[in-house]
Design a protein around this ligand. Structure first.
Ligand code: AMP
Ligand code: TRP
Length: 334
């Protein structure tokens, strides 16, 4: 097991291949991943978490397409397979196997408290056991690779906490099986809010496409969505607790241009929402244009994408196998 542990950072994160990847995913997660892969002391592993996607119903044909689309988007956003490992969760059976073992050390009450589960199951007459168990599979993803750091958006914080609890529980019982992972949450971009309701996060599963900016949205659609984004009372372009909508738009503006909010506020002093929204739309379009160009090329080469994913899976297999075999031995299985 010690060989499996590192002196350097090991970064692991995952994204579900469902719905439309949006600006919140990019700013909260993927752009952080890209920055981290440049650090020579970090080994980065990024996952397409298809087993998490099937916790809610999926059309098999669409899911298969979404997996390759997400691979192309990761790469188009700057994930470089020579620097990071990119793979599909279900290609490594160790994830499900470790999740089962961890299930047997997780209490119902712990999972009952998960706010994401409460939100996703709310108002549904039925939902899967998988949806309830989702955080344990996520813990398995992270612990399997002896991960030191997990870059995610704010909504995943509670899932990292339960991962840490499980890690400590198993380590106390079985003498240091796993590395204790730390969340990495970028304050400014941890929670990008919906364009039509600044009290809700921008979300893939939103029924209203005007609530998010998809990473592959055309310039016309981006302009239209930003034009229609809700604003606050008053007309000042100023961030503040009493101005959740404008604060969110300013936050997006700052993140896509790498500028300070105060600077942008100064630029728009005396201007109305119209000018501000035009400039914001242009900034988002400019940020996404090179990503979309790369994405269109990559998605045309499906075999190449499959090869990158298969190579990624093969590359990290020894780490996953080693951890799982230690865990099985510790609990008395094999
Ligand atoms: P998901 O879309 O649920 O697979 O999430 C993939 C990653 O994007 C996770 O790290 C999430 O925390 C992050 N994320 C999702 N929505 C947002 C958002 N509105 N703002 C910031 N980060 C987000
Ligand atoms: N639950 C995460 C989300 O929906 C996705 C995920 C699955 C993940 N496994 C992970 C994120 C492991 C980080 C680490 O956003």
């Amino acid at each position: 097991m010690d060989q499996n542990k590192l002196n350097t950072k090991r970064i692991f994160s995952g994204i579900q291949p469902s719905g439309v990847l949006h600006l919140g995913n990019y700013l909260g997660a993927i752009s952080q991943f890209v920055k981290l892969q440049g650090d020579t002391n970090s080994e980065c592993i990024f996952c397409i978490v298809d087993l998490h996607a099937i916790t809610v119903p999926q059309d098999p044909k669409i899911l298969r397409e979404k997996i390759l689309e997400l691979a192309a988007l990761y790469l188009a956003c700057g994930i470089d397979p020579t620097k990071s490992t990119l793979f599909v969760q279900s290609s490594r059976p160790e994830h499900s196997e470790l999740a089962w073992i961890l299930n047997c050390f997780t209490n119902m009450g712990e999972l009952n408290r998960m706010t994401q589960f409460k939100e996703k199951s709310e108002n549904k007459s039925n939902y899967s056991v998988g949806l309830f168990d989702y955080p344990v599979l996520m813990a398995a993803d992270i612990l399997l690779y002896q991960t030191t750091h997990v870059p995610v958006g704010e909504d995943q914080k509670q899932h990292i906490e339960i991962t840490r609890d499980l890690c400590e529980r198993m380590n106390n019982k079985y003498n240091g099986l796993f590395t204790l992972p730390e969340p990495m949450i970028n304050k400014q971009t941890a929670r990008i809010m919906s364009l039509d309701d600044p009290n809700n996060k921008m979300s893939k599963s939103s029924p209203s496409p005007s609530s998010y900016i998809g990473l592959t949205d055309s310039p016309e659609i981006i302009r239209e969505k930003i034009k229609r984004a809700v604003t606050d009372s008053g007309s000042e372009i100023k961030s503040g607790e009493d101005k959740p909508a404008i604060s969110n738009l300013l936050n997006i503006f700052a993140a896509v241009t790498d500028r300070e909010i105060a600077d942008i506020e100064k630029d728009f002093e005396g201007n109305g929402y119209g000018e501000f929204k035009d400039a914001l739309a242009q900034a988002v379009i400019s940020k996404l244009a090179p990503i979309q160009e790369k994405y269109n090329k990559l998605i045309a080469g499906k075999d190449e994408l499959r090869k990158i994913l298969a190579d990624g899976s093969a590359k990290i297999a020894p780490i996953a196998q080693k951890t799982l075999s230690e865990v099985k031995k510790s609990v008395g299985l094999g």
